[in-house]
Design a protein around this ligand. Structure first.
Ligand SMILES: [Zn+2]
Length: 531
């Protein structure tokens, strides 16, 4: 998920927001050192961003991505555990000892058909039809690695106790992993979690995010095949059940509360027209504000699915939950500390080429060509965050935020005005826009990690907010049932179809400075539009 279009015009530097910086001079000096250390590792940041971009893997199939990123952490002394929560591409990487234990997470999966040449303001595939990073999930774990390595060096030298744990958001686009991470106890002893998600600016807020809770499920129907012309009266069409179910849902939509979002695709519509479909399947995303409402939506859908089956003399074979998400809620004390760090770091120094790239993409999308944001917006209350957001997506980081104090750092590494979940969102993601954004984001993440490691008061305040404010009346209950299992089969066929062809374009940093150099692309490439 990506929340866009924060109102950066509201940016003002409120003196109150700078107060957290006035703290300990030792921490202050270490933060200056962290920023320098991250600048010195900018090359590694660029390599990681470009490498993961070139893998372009879909949810649950992030094989190369996980091997590569966890490998870098293992090489740097982190203890890597692979296949956590029963998900082959999930892992944790831990370093240090004792409390506080601070987790750093970010998503790693791509988007179907979002394969795109970076730095080109025009629809140009690298591999036609293939997936790609049309959301920018190639940048978040690299950001966390830069932050973790810098803080690790400081902790080692200064003999500061504490543990850093990195983890990847697998199959975020299907909301497929984080509820299972929670169930597997991945965050049991963790004191706080810092998440990172790509955006076009620093978006930091506390309280309920303007997002929705979600249940995603596949409904499979069974009928009976027959010659569709020769003996249709002997067939029972599972596709009829799917279409009736979808129609029932559309009629039902009128009677739902307006905040809901629901949408579906038919994943199995039969084989060919002259065979009455004996199987058919429809995949729904149900989104509502809270546990009760989204659970009711799902129960209503099951009732309608059974009705559709009955009306078509077919059967509802299985209902499989594929993903789920609680609406995220971010921790106030940590968000305040993080925002102070964002003010200190400031926006990346965009140059003329970065702005030309951004404006060309915006013009291509018929969006106002205002270029890249240049100011850090203020910390947002839940009300301001809701006003600043135009979207109502979902993110399974929500499940983690309801189990321990957490904040998401939205960082500026993409172009304002892109539609999200689209090839255009991939254009900037292996260019200096992403590279600079990741370095700036890593500094904010590292400084906030240092705040948590060095300030028992901040950890205590975060816990106090979590226990006495956030979860005072609302208690976490998973939206997955105890028998639901991670959908590790997701995207296997799609990935298998394209992987061999994509492999030819994996980034080779031993031969090329950047992925753009490897692809022979000039930055920025702006096609001439003939009037
Ligand atoms: Zn996302």
């Amino acid at each position: 998920m990506r929340l866009r279009c924060w109102l950066s015009s509201l940016a003002v530097i409120a003196p109150a927001l700078l107060r957290a910086q006035a703290a300990d001079p030792r921490v202050d000096q270490l933060k200056t050192e962290l920023a320098r250390a991250i600048d010195n590792r900018a090359k590694l940041g660029q390599q990681m961003v470009d490498q993961v971009f070139s893998f372009g893997e879909l949810g649950m199939q992030e094989v190369e991505t996980s091997k590569y990123l966890a490998g870098i952490l293992a090489k740097n002394g982190f203890t890597v555990t692979r296949g956590v929560a029963g998900i082959p591409t999930a892992w944790t990487a831990k370093w240090g000892s004792g409390h506080p234990i601070i987790a750093l997470g970010s998503d790693i999966d791509g988007i179907p058909q979002a394969n795109q040449k970076p730095a080109v303001a025009d629809r140009q595939w690298i591999v036609t039809g293939a997936p790609g990073h049309g959301e920018g999930h190639n940048s978040g774990v690299p950001l966390n690695i830069l932050a973790a390595l810098a803080v690790k060096d400081v902790m080692t030298r200064e003999k500061i106790p504490g543990t850093i744990m990195l983890w990847p958001g697998v199959a975020e686009e299907q909301l497929g992993s984080k509820a299972f991470y929670v169930r597997a106890g991945m965050f049991k002893d963790v004191d706080a979690n810092l998440f990172a998600h790509v955006s076009d600016e620093f978006g930091i807020s506390w309280g309920d995010e303007s997002a929705l809770s979600l249940i995603s499920a596949i409904f499979k129907f069974k009928g009976q095949s027959a010659h569709a012309a020769g003996a249709p009266w002997r067939g029972k069409s599972a596709l009829d059940a799917v279409m009736n179910f979808a129609n029932l849902w559309e009629f039902h939509r009128e009677h739902m509360e307006p905040a809901q979002r629901s949408h579906y695709v038919i994943t199995d519509g039969g084989d060919q027209p002259n065979v009455v479909p004996s199987t058919a399947a429809i995949w729904f995303y149900f989104r509502e504000r809270d546990y009760e409402r989204v659970t009711k939506m799902f129960e209503d859908a099951k009732t309608m699915a059974r009705g559709a089956a009955q009306a078509t003399f077919t059967t509802l074979d299985t209902v499989q939950v594929v993903g789920s998400a609680w609406r995220p809620h971010f921790n106030k004390p940590i968000a305040e500390a993080m925002h102070a760090n964002a003010m200190r770091v400031g926006m990346p120094q965009w140059d003329d080429k970065d702005q030309a790239m951004a404006k060309a993409v915006q013009r291509m999308l018929n969006w106002p060509d205002s270029g890249l944001h240049t100011t850090v917006p203020p910390l947002r209350t839940p009300e301001e965050a809701a006003k600043a957001s135009t979207g109502t997506g979902s993110d399974d980081i929500g499940d983690i935020t309801w189990n321990l104090p957490s904040v998401t750092l939205y960082y500026p590494a993409n172009i304002p005005g892109t539609p999200g979940h689209n090839w255009a969102d991939g254009i900037a993601m292996a260019t200096p826009i992403a590279h600079k954004g990741v370095v700036a984001g890593a500094k904010v993440q590292a400084m906030t990690l240092l705040d948590l490691i060095m300030s028992p008061k901040l950890v205590a305040d975060a816990k106090d907010y979590f226990v006495n404010v956030q979860t005072k009346t609302v208690k976490y209950r998973p939206l997955i049932s105890p028998s639901d299992q991670p959908a590790i089969w997701l995207n296997a066929e799609k990935m298998a179809k394209y992987r061999d062809e994509m492999r030819k374009f994996y980034y080779d940093p031993s031969k090329y400075e950047t992925y753009l150099q490897q692809l022979g692309i000039v930055y920025p490439t702006i096609p001439k539009i003939t009037p």
